[in-house]
Design a protein around this ligand. Structure first.
Ligand code: GDP
Length: 440
C-alpha cells in the first residue's frame, strides 16, 4: 500500500480503466443503475475524474471512472501510463475494460502491461459481449496476462452482477485496511515460549550488547516495554521485553502468562517460539504455536538448548521437533544455544525473511501465472473445477481469493497452497485461501 493510500480512510476504491470508447462510463452507469446498487456522488469529486459510491450486498466501494485522465492532449503512451499508474496507486482494485468485439488493441496491451505489475487485484472485463453466442470473443483477452476475463455487456447488463460479486470479494475487509495502515512501521517480533526455555537469554544474545537498542513503553500493558534495535540500518521492534525479563520461575504456566504471550503474539508480525530442545515439544508449546497460526502471524521456531541434546540423538530430535511444531506447512525450525551462542547468528536473517513473506504483495498477473503453471503441471481431478482467476487480496498474512469453475477438493486446495508458497517464498507464514465458485 502506498503512503497515499495509507492515510486514506473511507470505503475501498475501485478504478475503472480502459482506452476510449470501450464502454467505461456505460459500465459505471450500469453498476450504479442496478436496482440493488445505491448511488450518490461521493465527497471529493474532482473535475478530472468521476467518483461514485456503489453498494452491493452490504459492501460499499467508490467506483472511479478514470476516463478523465485521457482528456489531455498528450502522447498516447504517456496518457496510458498515467492512467494505469494513478489507478494502481489510488485504488484497492482495478477493473480493466476491453472491447471484446474489436479485440485487443495496442493501447489495451500497453495498459495491461502496466497493470501486470499492480499489487492490487486487476479484473479484466470483456465488454460488449452482448449474448452468449459472442462468448468465444473472450478467449482472445486471456493474452493480456491478467487471468480470465469476465464477459459483460455494459449496455444490456449481462454479467454486471457477476462483476460486482467479483469486485466486492476482492476488496479488503474493513479490518484489513486498518492493518494495512500499519504496513509502514518497522518489522515487529515477539519472543514467546514457556518459562525457562531461554527467552531472555536469547534476547540478550540478540540485542543485549547492542548499543543501538532503545527501550520504549508500549502503552498497552502498564509494564510492557518494547526494544527497538537497528539491524543493518533498519529498525526492528521486539515487543514486551519486560515480559521476557520478569522472573518467570514462579509464574509457571499460569493463565496470566498465556494471556501475556497472546498479547505479544497479536502485537507482532512474526513470533519466535522457543522450545527447549532437550525436553522436546510439549503440549503447551503446541498450544502457543497454534495460537500464532490462528492470529495469522509468522512463526519461527527456535530449538534452544541444542547443546544439551546428546549428539547421537540430534537427527531424530530435530525431526521430531519439526513434526510437532508444524502447525502449517513450512514452519522454519532453527537449532540454537542461547548459552553458547551456537546458531543464534542465523536468527535475525530468518526473522526478517519471514516478516517479508508475511507482508509480501504479489501482482495479479504473477498469481495467475503461478496458478496456470500449477494446473498445467498437475491438472485438477476430473469432475472438479479449474481455477480461472486468482488474486492476492491482503497481506499480514497473505490472503488470496481463487475463482473456480467447480468445486475444489481439499487435497487439491492443499496442492495449490503449496505452489503459492513455493512460487512466492511464503515460508514461515500461514496463508489464507478463499475459494469461490463462479457462476456462468
Ligand atoms: P526464559 O524464562 O525463557 O526467559 O529463560 P531464561 O533465559 O531465563 O533461561 C532459563 C535457564 O536456561 C537459565 O538458567 C539459562 O542460563 C538457561 N539456558 C538458556 N538458554 C540455554 C541454552 O541454550 N543452553 C543451556 N544449556 N541452557 C540455557
Amino acid at each position: 500500500m502506498t503512503a497515499d493510500a495509507a492515510v486514506r480512510s473511507g470505503p475501498p476504491r475501485v478504478a475503472i480503466v480502459g482506452r476510449q470508447n470501450v464502454g467505461k462510463s456505460t459500465l459505471l452507469n450500469r453498476l450504479l443503475g442496478r436496482r440493488e446498487a445505491i448511488a450518490h456522488a461521493a465527497p471529493g469529486v474532482t473535475r478530472d475524474r468521476l467518483e461514485r459510491e456503489v453498494s452491493w450486498r452490504g459492501r460499499r466501494f467508490v467506483a472511479i471512472d478514470t476516463g478523465g485522465y485521457m482528456g489531455r492532449p498528450t502522447g498516447i503512451d504517456e496518457l496510458v501510463t498515467k492512467q494505469a499508474d494513478r489507478a494502481m496507486e489510488q485504488a484497492d482494485a482495478v477493473v480493466l475494460v476491453v472491447d471484446a468485439a474489436v479485440g485487443v488493441q495496442e493501447e489495451d496491451a500497453m495498459l495491461a502491461k502496466r497493470l501486470r505489475r499492480a499489487t492490487v487485484p486487476v479484473v479484466v472485463v470483456a465488454n460488449k459481449v452482448d449474448a452468449p453466442a459472442q462468448d468465444p470473443l473472450v478467449g482472445d483477452l486471456f493474452r493480456l496476462g491478467l487471468g480470465e476475463p469476465l464477459p459483460v455487456s455494459a449496455l444490456h447488463g449481462r454479467g454486471s452482477g457477476e462483476l460486482l460479486d467479483r469486485i466486492v470479494s476482492l476488496l479488503p475487509e474493513p479490518e484489513d485496511r486498518a492493518a494495512a495502515e500499519e504496513d509502514t512501521t518497522e518489522p515487529v517480533f515477539s519472543i514467546v515460549g514457556r518459562p525457562n526455555v531461554g527467552k531472555s537469554s536469547l534476547f540478550n544474545r540478540l540485542v543485549g550488547a547492542d548499543r543501538s537498542v532503545v527501550y520504549e513503553e508500549a502503552g498497552t500493558t502498564r509494564d510492557s516495554v518494547d526494544a527497538v534495535v537497528d539491524w543493518d540500518g533498519k529498525p526492528v521492534r521486539f515487543v514486551d521485553t519486560a515480559g521476557l525479563r520478569r522472573p518467570s520461575k514462579e509464574e509457571g504456566v499460569s493463565y496470566y502468562g498465556f494471556l501475556r504471550t497472546v498479547q505479544a503474539i497479536d502485537r507482532s508480525h512474526v513470533a519466535a517460539l522457543l522450545v527447549a530442545a532437550n525436553e522436546g515439544v510439549t503440549t503447551e508449546d503446541r498450544r502457543i504455536a497454534a495460537r500464532v497460526e490462528e492470529a495469522g502471524r509468522g512463526l519461527v521456531v527456535i530449538a534452544n538448548k541444542w547443546d544439551l541434546v546428546p549428539s547421537e540423538d540430534r537427527t531424530d530430535r530435530f525431526k521430531l521437533i519439526r513434526e510437532r511444531v508444524s502447525v502449517f506447512p513450512a514452519v522454519p525450525v532453527l537449532r540454537a544455544s542461547a548459552l553458547t551462542g551456537m546458531g543464534v547468528g542465523k536468527v535475525p536473517g530468518v526473522l526478517l525473511a519471514t516478516q517479508e513473506a508475511w507482508s509480501k504483495r504479489v501482482s495479479t498477473s504473477e498469481v495467475n501465472r503461478a496458478m496456470e503453471q500449477a494446473q498445467n503441471a498437475t491438472p485438477p481431478p476430473r469432475q472438479t473445477g479449474r481455477i480461472r482467476y486468482a488474486a492476492q487480496v491482503g497481506t499480514g498474512p497473505p490472503r488470496f481469493v481463487l475463482f473456480s469453475s467447480g468445486p475444489i477438493p481439499t487435497a487439491y486446495a492443499r496442492f495449490i497452497e503449496h505452489r503459492l508458497r513455493e512460487a512466492f517464498d511464503l515460508t514461515g507464514v500461514p496463508i489464507r485461501l478463499t475459494f469461490r465458485r463462479r457462476r456462468r
